[in-house]
Design a binder for this molecule. Structure first.
Ligand SMILES: *Cc1c(COP(=O)(O)O)cnc(C)c1O
Length: 250
């Protein structure tokens, strides 16, 4: 007789196979993109994006050797981080839009925030990190990337390129934040090569003032080859690894 346990095990075995196959294919795709761009694959990190998928999927990816995971919604990520707190060495990346009143919650579990895009949010994150450090809930500063807006759509988030230098200087002066680089999401229906080329240009200029900010978080399931051609050091991939999300937002 196959009980609940047997069924659950068979189901998770199927999911493990699916994720293992997708992960292998994705790593091959990233390697091929690096070769085509004349880049060393060791320079491009894969950040699996696990938003909308259960903690059990994160646990499977962990067993397959992954340690970094991207999440875009504070509540969902806070719950997953708590559920998987026993797994050593996990690094959670907050990649979605972040409200200031969630800064302290995110400061508890986030290794890196990719979506810092305003002075007010920077101040809130710095204060949140300080509070959780003072409470002994966190050791080091929070790595942050500045999200740059490549279009004029304010709902997508990001700092306007003209305001980037000022924001970067402010963040660099905050004690509890470590300025690690830039991030962008190209606007839909445009040429990703042109957008990522523009981002690369902004990154070069940013590096002259902030040489430690070498991270360039760019590229998703649909455009990672273009991002890698233009210097991405971190591709954030959801759909091509996890399958289609139940809801397509966030
Ligand atoms: C969801 C999300 C991704 C992953 O997108 P896919 O197209 O599913 O690979 C990457 N970056 C951000 C900021 C996201 O919110």
């Amino acid at each position: 007789m196959i009980g609940e346990f047997g069924r659950a095990t068979a189901e998770s075995g199927t999911r493990t196979d699916a994720l293992a196959t997708a992960l292998t294919g994705l790593c091959e795709r990233i390697d091929a993109a690096c070769r085509a761009a004349g880049r060393d694959p060791a320079q491009v990190r894969l950040l699996p994006v696990t938003k909308f998928f259960p903690a059990s999927d994160v646990a499977i990816l962990y067993r397959l050797g992954r340690r970094e995971f991207g999440e875009s919604r504070e509540q969902e990520a806070t719950a997953k981080a708590a559920e998987l707190a026993d797994l050593p060495g996990v690094e959670w990346h907050m990649i979605g839009r972040l409200q200031r009143n969630k800064a302290k919650a995110v400061a508890r579990w986030a290794h890196t925030v990719h979506s810092l895009d305003s002075a007010r949010l920077a101040t809130a994150l710095d204060a949140g990190v300080r509070a959780v450090r003072d409470a002994g809930e966190r050791q080091g500063p929070l790595r942050v990337l500045l999200q740059v807006a490549l279009d004029d759509d304010p709902t997508r988030g990001g700092v306007a390129p003209a305001d980037l230098p000022e924001l970067a200087d402010q963040v660099a002066s905050l004690e509890n934040l470590q300025l690690a680089g830039l991030m962008a999401i190209p606007p839909q229906r445009c040429d990703p090569d042109a957008e990522f080329a523009r981002l690369a240009d902004l990154h070069v200029r940013f590096l002259t003032q902030h040489p430690a900010g070498t991270e360039l978080s760019a590229g998703m399931s649909g455009d990672l080859e273009a991002a890698i051609r233009h210097g991405s050091t971190c591709v954030r991939v959801g759909t091509a690894l996890m399958g289609a999300r139940p809801i397509t937002s966030g």
